[in-house]
Write a protein that binds this ligand. Structure first.
Ligand SMILES: Cc1ncc(COP(=O)(O)O)c(C=O)c1O
Length: 395
């Protein structure tokens, strides 16, 4: 066994998947835009016989994408990764690879609305059965499990109400029943939590958010064992073609180099804002796993030793009308639908991300009408807090 010390998280984030370009010596590798690759000599015959690997066509593989995938696999602690055109492509490709017509999937009910719509509007049409569970305790899971259940799916921290999944218990439950566990880790990023180390089979997440971190790339990634990733690639991915552009792979790779730095600052700022909002009399509720008042705080402390993430949900008294007004009163933070950027971004789930979900289901998901979901950015903490305080004071 090697006694070589493993490189730290920041070293891996910066160096993994990146070698100087052998033809020019360029430190930063070039972006490969070519859609296709020439067949020279008998290379194609050797490729078809399985004796040699080669790039053939961009929907199957691309060198820039390979570098991005190698970096992300190393950062996540997985054997292999597959980059996709968006987070939704990663999630849908992963689920569709292991659940088909007549199969059943169990989901935590409080999930990203796009995933919810995919289950309800697309997977149902394809004959994939589902159970959306309000509670993921073992009794509820046992009751939901059927002979045709294939997959258990949950988010590390649920969107937007920030409940923490008991990942070790959930993956152990699934393993015992021979189910595959797929985890959306978008809200935490691999710097703060690595689902594979907690028993998950696959991570399927958006890179549009913290992984790229600069709001200028749309992408997703699936990470897991080489066998599982090969199955996704051959069965679904290269047929449906939700392939990322090489430029987006490059941006994702560049963004990941600062992931540890950014996540430290997101966590620090989120904690400061959450504490300030707890003291504000117009705020009736603050959801942040780092607060002692959060129902999952004890679990969060064991799962997230590096920090509790950059997402905070605050609920103002006065329902959706005043939540929207607060969002519009903000001067530094931006009212728009994304998260994980350097800029502080807010959205009101009741009329944006979760707006098309029936109100009674929204309530069951823990989404209040007055909720403002905050993706706390990397600006100076005192400026972020002052912005929220003036926005609420102006109501
Ligand atoms: C938790 C979560 N998962 C997945 C997605 C989908 O990602 P994308 O927009 O890159 O498709 C989002 C988007 O907001 C999200 O918040």
């Amino acid at each position: 066994m090697s006694d070589e010390k493993k490189p730290g998280a920041a070293t891996v984030a910066i160096h993994a998947g990146q070698e100087p370009d052998p033809s020019t010596g360029a430190l930063i590798p070039p972006v490969h835009l070519s859609a296709t690759y020439i067949f020279t000599g008998d290379k194609l015959d050797r490729f078809m016989a399985g004796d040699e690997d080669m790039y053939t066509y961009g929907r199957t593989a691309n060198p820039t994408q390979d570098q991005f995938e190698e970096k992300i696999a190393r950062v996540e602690g997985g054997e292999a990764a597959l980059a996709t055109a968006s987070g939704m492509a990663a999630i849908s490709n992963a689920i569709m690879s292991f659940a088909g017509s007549g199969d059943h999937v169990i989901y935590a009910r409080s999930i990203y609305s796009g995933t919810y719509y995919t289950i309800r509007n697309l997977f149902a049409r394809m004959g994939i059965q589902d159970t959306l569970l309000a509670s993921m305790d073992n009794d509820s899971l046992d009751a939901a499990c059927q002979a045709n259940t294939r997959v258990l799916y949950f988010e590390t921290i649920s969107n937007p109400n920030l409940r923490v999944a008991d990942a070790d218990r959930l993956t152990a439950w699934a393993k015992k029943r021979g189910l595959l566990t797929i985890v959306d880790n978008t809200f935490m990023s691999p710097y703060l939590f690595k689902p594979l180390a907690h028993g998950a089979d696959l991570v399927a997440q958006s890179t549009t958010k913290y992984i790229n971190g600069h709001g200028d790339q749309l992408g997703g990634v699936i990470v897991g064992s080489k066998d599982l990733i090969d199955t996704v690639h051959s069965l679904v991915y290269q047929n449906l073609g939700a392939v990322p552009s090489p430029v987006n792979c490059y941006l994702g790779m560049r963004g990941m180099k600062t992931l540890p730095l950014r996540m430290e600052k997101h966590c620090e700022n989120a904690m400061c804002l959450a504490r300030a909002m707890e003291r504000n009399p117009r705020v009736v509720r603050v959801d942040y796993p780092g607060l002692e008042s959060h129902p999952d705080h004890t679990l969060a402390k064991t799962l997230f030793p590096r920090g509790f993430g950059g997402m905070v949900a605050i609920t103002v008294d006065g329902g959706l009308r005043l939540a929207r007004q607060t969002a519009q009163n903000l001067r530094l933070a931006r009212y728009c639908a994304s998260l994980g950027d350097l800029e502080t971004i807010v959205e009101t789930p009741a009329n944006i991300t979760h707006g098309k979900i029936p109100p009674e289901i929204r309530r069951e998901m823990g989404v209040t009408d007055g909720m403002i979901r905050v993706s706390v950015g990397c600006e100076s903490a005192e400026d972020i807090i002052a912005d929220f305080e003036q926005a609420i004071a102006a109501l």
